[in-house]
Design a protein. Structure first.
Length: 166
């Protein structure tokens, strides 16, 4: 289970990672960044829905989802130390994909509301918090050691930017 300070630390680490490795996304407007993250969430729901037909592992998808949550939180100016990480129960549906799909759909709804000048921020923040709770729940259930996995994935992503000197 993650404590508030853990999430805030991970959020700050993600900010530093994004500044170094994702200038293309950070140069988008905040609205376009949020839509970008919403598309990522939809992509991850699709990965999970494909089940055994998906070449990327569930662990990889959980880690990627968490990285996007952290980036989305920074764009939303969402203080993750205020997010409770109580585990979500997906036992009533017998399908953990449902919980992620629901939250991703609400995030997409918030992104769509931007274009109509409707209130979107509370919806996006709640959906992002629910995705974070889903990540923590699935990582706990599957015994995924999330922090080393995050570091490894960030290292892999940073290698794409071979031209940036440390």
């Amino acid at each position: 289970m993650y404590q508030a300070d853990d999430l805030l630390r991970l959020q700050r680490e993600q900010h530093a990672h994004d500044q170094r490795n994702h200038a293309d996304i950070l140069h988008l407007s905040k609205n376009d960044r949020l839509k970008h993250y919403g598309l990522h969430f939809a992509k991850y729901v699709g990965r999970l829905a494909r089940g055994a037909d998906e070449p990327k592992s569930i662990e990889r998808t959980v880690v990627d989802t968490f990285l996007v949550c952290l980036s989305a939180a920074n764009t939303l100016q969402q203080e993750l130390n205020a997010v409770s990480t109580c585990q979500l129960s997906h036992k009533t549906t017998n399908d953990p994909v449902y919980v992620l799909a629901d939250a991703a759909g609400r995030f997409a709804d918030a992104c769509e509301k931007i274009d109509h000048l409707e209130e979107f921020l509370p919806i996006a923040r709640q959906a992002n918090a629910d995705v974070i709770r889903w990540v923590v729940s699935i990582a706990t259930e599957r015994a995924i050691d999330i922090e080393p996995a995050l570091r490894a994935r960030r290292k892999e992503l940073a290698a794409r930017q071979f031209y940036i000197a440390e």
